[in-house]
Ligand binder design. Structure first.
Ligand code: SF4
Length: 430
């Protein structure tokens, strides 16, 4: 029997054709020499982490691998296969592992998709966002509906069966009618999975200049004439946003999509295993710039500066060589302990060992995001306490308010609880 712990691997590819106006992800444009250096750096990080820190091969089995970004579909398929080869060389990857790549329309042709399949990728996540060209343009997306259509057709022809489509609501100028068109368009393509998020206006994005707190939908940005302010369509108001939210639920349910997490819907058996592993507390390692990891109770993330990241990985390589030939400088010999790598601030920023209290909080508020809820016996197994002892009165208060249901071994959110999930989940912060 295989008693290894499950492990998820995330690989961040931080390159995009250009920046979308609402995006605060760690991504940017780059030339091919930076991309090549970056891929080499990621491979070194994978090698180093696996070789010197934890005996991953004997302790963990990799159940999921996820290439996210940025736009992973932008880089050569050869880069993806070389990274996967390195992961397989250093980790025990399950034969049934779910291997996903995020893909933006117009960044991958049929040939590239066939190459992905050859290298073992078996799930595709395509960022459509909207099927209305005017809305895509306002978001600053590089593709239109026709290019999505072509990408989707190629994905099917290449042999992808497990496909997710990302869509967004609450977009500038979007109406329930136009959103319905996007939903109907996506449903008609019959993907196995649909992620439906609401637009959030994040600081430090062009959209914040236009729609941020206290701003009117009017900005220099996007105007054709210098100094002239362009008037942008308003964001939908709260009631309209709610209407779109209910429409998502209703239409997707009508067409056999089961909601298994607040913003994620799938046909039975096609839930995204990688995302579920984040919500159920499985260990995962993120490789690449800014990537976050959670391993043996420690949460840490890599530097968010790409040049620092590349240099740090090259340095790791030098230290390995020095290790092989006993060539440390005296200072390095004094200070370098390979096994402390995971918690070494030289390589990782934001290293945090979770306290017992934080682990219990995460168990509750990540677990309750999923429609199946949290298991009372699993909580007891992990923390040797009952949920009700740790959170006296809270479950009963929420049950009385019709926000939580207790059913057999689980607590889960009610329909009303899902609608106000942020408020409900905040109750589980100790
Ligand atoms: S494609 Fe995705 S990651 Fe790239 S800029 Fe647009 S939203 Fe951000």
């Amino acid at each position: 029997m295989n008693d290894k712990k499950a492990l998820g691997i995330y690989i961040h590819i931080p390159f995009c054709v250009r920046k979308c106006l609402y995006c605060d992800f760690l991504s940017d444009t780059a030339d091919s020499s930076v991309i090549n250096d970056y891929i080499e750096a990621v491979k070194k990080e994978i090698s180093y982490t696996a070789l010197d820190c934890v005996d991953f091969k004997s302790q963990f089995e990799v159940k999921t691998i996820f290439f996210g970004g940025g736009t992973p579909s932008l880089i050569k398929s050869d880069h993806i296969s070389r990274i996967l080869d390195k992961v397989r060389e250093r980790f025990d990857v399950s034969e049934e592992a779910e291997i996903t790549i995020e893909c933006n329309p117009a960044t991958a042709d049929l040939l590239k998709m066939k190459d992905w399949i050859k290298s073992g990728v078996n799930r595709l996540s395509i960022g459509l966002q909207s099927s209305i060209d005017g809305e895509l343009k306002l978001l600053g997306r590089v593709h239109d509906k026709e290019q999505f259509e072509e990408t989707y057709k190629n994905a099917i022809e290449a042999g992808f069966e497990n496909i997710n489509i990302d869509i967004m609501s609450a977009l500038p100028g979007q109406t329930p009618e136009s959103y319905r068109k996007t939903l109907e368009y996506v449903i008609a393509r019959k993907p196995k999975h649909i992620s439906a998020y609401s637009l959030i206006v994040e600081p430090d994005t062009p959209f914040y200049e236009i729609y941020g707190e206290g701003k009117t939908a009017c900005a220099d940005f996007g105007s054709n004439e210098p100094g002239e302010k362009r008037v942008w369509p308003d964001l939908p108001d709260e009631d309209t946003e709610r209407e779109m939210y209910y429409l998502t639920e209703e239409l997707l349910a009508e067409h056999g999509y089961e909601r298994y997490e607040i913003s994620n819907y799938s046909k039975k058996g096609y839930e995204c295993r990688h995302n579920i592993s984040y919500w159920d507390g499985t260990d995962y390692i993120g490789f690449g710039v800014g990537a976050a990891s959670y391993l043996n109770g420690i949460r840490y993330s890599n530097t968010s500066d790409i040049y620092t990241y590349i240099n740090a990985c090259m340095q790791l390589d030098r230290i390995r060589e020095a290790d092989a030939f006993d060539m440390y400088t005296e200072d390095e010999e004094m200070s370098f302990d390979p096994c402390s790598y995971l918690t070494d601030e030289k390589y990782h920023e934001q290293i945090h060992k979770l306290s017992l209290q934080e682990k219990m909080e995460e168990f509750m508020f990540l677990g309750l995001r999923m429609m199946k809820g949290v298991s009372k016996s699993e909580f007891k197994k992990r923390f040797l306490k009952d949920i009700r002892d740790v959170y006296p009165q809270i479950p009963d208060k929420l049950i009385k308010q019709d926000l939580l249901i207790e059913e057999g071994d689980s607590f889960r959110l009610t329909k009303t609880g899902i609608d106000v999930s942020n408020v409900v989940l905040a109750n589980f912060l100790l």
